[in-house]
Ligand binder design. Structure first.
Ligand code: ZN
Length: 395
């Protein structure tokens, strides 16, 4: 076991209120000792115990690595033209998700692995150290299985999303597709996934209504998977209630919540009810109105911020940008936004070993090239933060 003392930290966010100031547990002039993959000690720089080696970060701020609890990172091709058409109000003649499904089907395992490796490097280069990855661009048993197997090479947080969309060829036979998703496809995919998810959105002809979504989630639960829900993205709907009723770890999007939905989520919160995971990069990319995070924050609901990085409705993997949008457009404070992109993401994945920097936690550090994390908001779009990789910061 090798220990490393990390010093030169102007401000350390631990997310442990018993360790430092406020909900973020902030320490000034701090140090950490890492032992292999874990945090062994956190405290004032002057009290730092001896270690096998030292590393001086040169007076920078350190926060827990971001936890992106919602991504669709494994796919081939891109739909940049669709984004530009939406942006400029031009007619769009593409095929939407079918275009990605076809490109992904045609890609080899090595192609997909290379694409995913590059995207993971992109995440780490922006401070993200934990990421969930969903399937959902296969929509047949062979490809859904393949996507989960490849995703599992890059994360333990794999999500079976056969219930992403009804494939074009089965639009008139929705029940047949749901039968496949809860039958042979689930059987093949369950051993490769931790989570089951569904796109519950009756307003979309390609997505699933409340009853179809319940069937898919309950089948996943019976197969040993834990549920999470895409819901309430395009309008009010059954997703929020369903997330509470099936015991989902997270309700994702939640752009349109009724007062009753907020009551249900607030009532469930003390018993570990769903985290509400907002995805403001989607509102940015689609031009939709941003959700008001205060409605749930002020009712005691745990909030996460994630990217939803995907080829159709948001192709950005930047959690710093998501955080900036949340403070400018969703009523969150910078402190809340940072917490939600770290500890909140961990809660959405039911993880206690990431999202905070305390003894025993994973040694996942994000280093900010500034004296305080507030510069992430003060200087949006500037590449200030990255995961603490081997050689980037001064030793
Ligand atoms: Zn999504």
């Amino acid at each position: 076991m090798t220990s490393t003392a990390i010093t030169g930290i102007t401000e350390l966010v631990t997310n442990d209120p018993t360790t430092g100031e406020g909900a973020l547990g902030i320490l000034h002039d701090a140090a950490l000792v890492l032992e292999d993959e874990r945090v062994a000690w956190v405290g004032p720089r002057a009290d730092c115990p001896p270690a096998d080696r030292g590393r001086d970060l040169g007076e920078r701020s350190v926060v827990p690595g971001f936890v992106d609890a919602h991504t669709h990172l494994i796919f081939a091709g891109d739909r940049c033209h669709e984004f530009v058409a939406r942006l400029t109000g031009q007619p769009y003649d593409g095929r939407g998700i079918s275009e990605t499904v076809d490109a992904t089907h045609d890609a080899s395992d090595d192609d997909l692995r290379a694409l995913l490796r590059a995207r993971v490097a992109e995440l780490r280069g922006q401070g993200t150290t934990t990421w969930e990855i969903k399937s959902g661009y296969g929509l047949n048993t062979r490809d859904e299985t393949r996507l989960l197997r490849l995703a599992g090479e890059f994360t333990t947080e794999t999500t079976y999303l056969g219930g992403h969309a009804v494939p074009a060829a089965l639009r008139d036979h929705r029940e047949a597709y749901v039968d496949l998703v809860v039958g042979p496809m689930l059987e093949a995919c369950a051993p490769l996934a931790r989570w089951v998810d569904v796109f519950c959105e009756p307003a979309s002809p390609v997505a699933f209504d409340g009853e179809e979504s319940r069937i898919i989630l309950e089948a996943g639960i019976r197969a040993g998977l834990a549920p999470r829900v895409h819901g309430n993205q395009l309008g009010e709907g059954p997703g929020a209630r369903l997330s509470v009723e099936v015991g989902a770890a997270s309700l994702d999007h939640a752009t349109y919540l009724s007062d009753e939905d907020v009551d249900l989520l607030a009532d469930a919160a003390p018993e570990g009810g769903p985290v509400v995971t907002f995805l403001p990069l989607v509102e940015y990319a689609t031009g939709h109105a941003f959700p008001d995070a205060r409605r749930v924050l002020d009712r005691g609901v745990t909030v996460a911020l994630a990217s939803d990085c995907n080829p159709g409705t948001n192709a950005s993997s930047s959690l710093p940008l998501a955080m900036s949008l949340a403070v400018r457009h969703m009523g969150m404070t910078p402190h809340e936004a940072l917490w939600s992109a770290t500890a909140g993401g961990a809660a959405a994945l039911r993880r206690t070993d990431v999202g905070r920097l305390v003894p025993g936690a994973r040694a996942d550090l994000a280093v900010i090239d500034a004296p305080t994390f507030l510069h992430l908001f003060y200087r949006p779009g500037v590449p200030l933060v990255r995961a603490l990789d081997d050689d980037h910061f001064a030793c």
